[in-house]
Design a protein around this ligand. Structure first.
Ligand code: TRP
Length: 328
């Protein structure tokens, strides 16, 4: 039987190039191998841990993410794409797992420790965040979870919970493995890691003129002030993006290093903008088309949820029986 793969993202707004290179592109490649029974979830409940007070555009953010998933190449015919909150069984498993999870396991998760110190996020849901993630994964009996390295502690916790459940109630869950993506760090427009919270992101769905504007304002090598100054491509965020989006990036290295009069930062940025605009052209069209028909998009998500729910309910029947619960 094909291995089960599950991953998810929070609907926090349009995806940027860092999200694409670090996750989504990899998911599409994994889909293309045909080796996995794939589930790609939109984890809307997780996003409530930070903004439960303002949910005014939550539904729009869900559609945005669904369109980003599909326009990137995730194919609803081969990959189950669905919204977490449409499959209530995740909440049931989360609750049951909470009964066998020592508080200390959750309190020592690094993302909790960091954020509860810096953001004053100390609500109950936030502490349970990685446990809800464990439920997302275990409910599909997932074997592999493609995620970034930052998620390693969450996958480790998931494995610990699976072991504990199996020990207490009998073999039920496989221990899922993280599948870490190898990818180039994508710099944002200010040279730091691209991140929505830094406001330095370029989104896959940005219009050509937005892309051009963001790139023209990018930080470059601080030692190259005038066009004739020799540049240091290895210290330049524009060059790092050229390496990802321009197949002929090597050709611009020498002219930059030599400070050649016919090659300055403006030209370099224009070329990069052309490349990125072109790279995401099909994506942009597909994304717009999907978002112009919300009921069509909703149909895809509902069919995905129906399929996910069936599998999740099968698991829950086993879980209830294993735990000898009422009506099991
Ligand atoms: N915590 C993940 C993130 O921030 C999102 C997530 C929730 C997830 N549930 C998941 C990822 C299940 C993989 C599998 O990126």
């Amino acid at each position: 039987m094909a291995k089960v793969l599950l991953s998810g993202m929070q609907p926090t707004g349009k995806l940027h190039l860092g999200n694409f290179e670090g996750a989504l592109k990899n998911w599409v490649e994994l889909q293309e191998t045909g080796k996995y029974d794939m589930y790609c979830c939109i984890v809307d409940w997780h996003s409530l841990t930070v903004d439960a007070e303002d949910t005014s555009n939550l539904v729009d953010r869900i559609y945005d993410l669904a369109a980003d998933y599909i326009a990137s190449g995730l194919d609803p015919g081969r990959t189950t794409i669905f919204v977490q909150s449409a499959v209530k069984q995740h909440a049931e498993l989360h609750l049951l797992l909470s009964m066998i999870t020592p508080l200390g396991w959750l309190q020592r998760v690094p993302s909790y420790k960091e954020k509860s110190d810096t953001l004053n996020l100390d609500n109950y849901g936030f502490l349970g965040y990685p446990l809800l993630q464990a439920a997302d994964i275990l409910i599909y009996l997932a074997d592999v979870v493609p995620v970034g390295k930052d998620q390693a502690p969450h996958i480790e916790l998931t494995r610990e919970i699976a072991r504990r459940f199996n020990f207490l109630y009998g073999e039920t869950f496989p221990e899922p493995k993280a599948l870490f993506t190898k990818f180039a760090i994508v710099p944002g427009t200010d040279g730091r890691k691209m991140s929505k919270s830094y406001g330095n992101d370029i989104c896959m769905g940005d219009e050509p003129d937005e892309i051009r504007k963001k790139i023209s304002g990018m930080f470059t090598d601080p030692e190259k002030i005038y066009k004739g100054d020799p540049g240091h491509p290895d210290k330049c965020a524009v060059y790092m993006l050229q390496q990802i989006y321009n197949a002929e990036y090597k050709e611009i290295c020498e002219p930059c290093k030599k400070g050649q009069s016919d090659w300055g930062c403006v030209k370099c940025k224009n070329l990069l903008a052309d490349m990125i605009i072109d790279y995401f052209a099909d994506f942009r069209n597909k994304r717009k088309e999907l978002l112009s028909d919300k009921s069509g998009l909703d149909g895809i998500l509902r069919r995905g949820a129906d399929k996910a729910r069936q599998k999740a309910e099968e698991t829950m029947e086993r879980v209830r029986k294993a735990m000898k619960l009422y009506l099991s």
